[in-house]
Design a protein around this ligand. Structure first.
Ligand code: UDP
Length: 383
């Protein structure tokens, strides 16, 4: 049985479910409000020739081999190891925290065992079950490193006191007592040779899929399909009836410079006195290319207004209560499955987005085949 299916959003979530459902024989209309696919992963060639990550840096890294194999079907990935530097005052350090950073910051020449004992002695062992970003930071590295590298950056990035933020945000960053300065630990890492947009275009390139760019799809219109997937903001689907869920958005101040500005793709500015959080130099995401000029983005974070692009879900206590209201509504809603960063209001990396979209598609395809009820969520937004 072939169903007519609407998919709202042409980022990785929407593209992957559209493709899987099309391969299962269904007919898909994809509606994308922007004039391009790939959502916030969108990349575009700048006049200088540099491939620009239009919505900020995106590095593909995953521990899921099936996700890695999946993306290889649609693009050639070039080997890439992400390296970040962090500025504190006038000094540049390796980031994430490693042996080099610890020795440079404290002016020591410790070996890994000494450095671990040194940091452990400074860490706050009285915090056994960290409840906030700050507690997590103090428990992990102690006051000096926390204040220098995490407190100011995090306040700029999230706009609130780190005491109010969940510990899980810091859990994204490793702490190492070796000189390994690779930003991510995952076994599979790379950057698509021609940027992210062609991958998403290739995923959507199937005879069963029609893509409608610059097109919004109303709830009433969705109801004319046999089933719909919604990867847009969950609060927008319900016309914000419980208010708007808060997001952080980013502003970029682009500049073209001659040669090479900073020698690496991302430099974080940890001091609260510097207004931007980081500078991204895009050509370093494609070390296999060569360009005379360089494009840099100074990145500023602020609360997302109605007409801004949402980036990071805030998910503090107020937003979690609001989210619960929307999840209740969504669970009552027949004929729609919510997914993705905006559809489930979670801070997701690209690989997790793809992993969840594949899982969602499998569950829905099986439910259609079995004639059983299609769930509103395959991945629980509250989980
Ligand atoms: N962070 C920090 N200092 C840094 C880098 C990161 O305090 O130099 C904190 C900050 O709160 C950030 C979080 O760690 O939101 C996760 O960092 P990640 O690099 O994963 O952020 P993303 O690249 O997703 O913006």
């Amino acid at each position: 049985m072939s169903l007519s299916i609407a998919v709202v959003g042409a980022g990785f979530s929407g593209a992957v479910v559209a493709r899987e459902l099309a391969e299962a024989g269904h007919l898909i209309d994809v509606f994308e409000s922007r004039d391009h696919v790939a959502g916030n992963c969108h990349t575009r060639r700048h006049d200088t020739g540099v491939m620009v990550h239009v919505y900020g840096p995106h590095i593909f890294h995953t521990q899921h081999e099936e996700v890695w194999n999946y993306v290889q079907r649609f693009a050639t990935f070039k080997p890439y190891r992400h390296r970040v530097r962090a500025m504190v005052g006038e000094n540049a350090y390796q980031m994430p925290m490693n042996l080099g950073l610890i020795n440079a910051f404290f002016g020591t020449q410790m070996n890994p065992v000494e450095a671990e004992a040194f940091v452990t002695a400074r860490a706050d062992a009285s915090i056994t079950n960290p409840q906030s970003f700050e507690e997590q930071g103090l428990r992990l590295v102690g006051r000096e490193l926390y204040d220098a590298f995490f407190a100011g950056y995090t306040r700029k990035q999230w706009g609130v006191d780190p005491k109010e933020l969940p510990a899980s945000i810091l859990a994204r960053l490793p702490l190492r007592f070796t000189d390994d300065d690779s930003y991510f630990n995952h076994p599979f890492q790379g950057i698509p040779e021609h940027g992210y947009t062609p991958i998403v275009e290739a995923i959507l390139d199937h005879k069963g899929i029609t893509v409608h760019l610059s097109t919004r799809c109303s709830r009433a219109q969705l109801a004319t399909y046999d089933h719909a997937f919604w990867s847009g903001p969950i609060d927008a689907y319900f016309d914000f009836e419980h208010g708007r869920l808060a997001y952080r958005t980013l502003d970029f101040e682009p500049e073209v410079v001659a040669g090479d500005h900073q020698g690496c793709p991302v430099v974080n500015y940890c001091d609260a006195s510097v207004p931007y959080t980081r500078i991204t130099e895009h050509k370093h995401f494609a070390p296999w290319e060569s360009h005379d000029d360089s494009v840099i983005y100074r990145e500023f974070s602020r609360l997302c207004d109605e007409n801004d692009t949402p980036y990071y879900p805030v998910r503090l206590v107020k937003e979690k209560a609001q989210l619960l209201e929307y999840v209740h509504l969504a669970r009552e809603e027949a004929g729609v499955t919510f997914l993705g960063r905006l559809g489930t209001y979670r801070y997701l990396d690209m690989d997790v987005t793809i992993h969840e979209a594949l899982k969602t598609a499998t569950v829905v395809i099986d439910a259609i085949a079995a004639g059983s009820k299609i769930p509103s969520f395959v991945v629980d937004p509250l989980g």
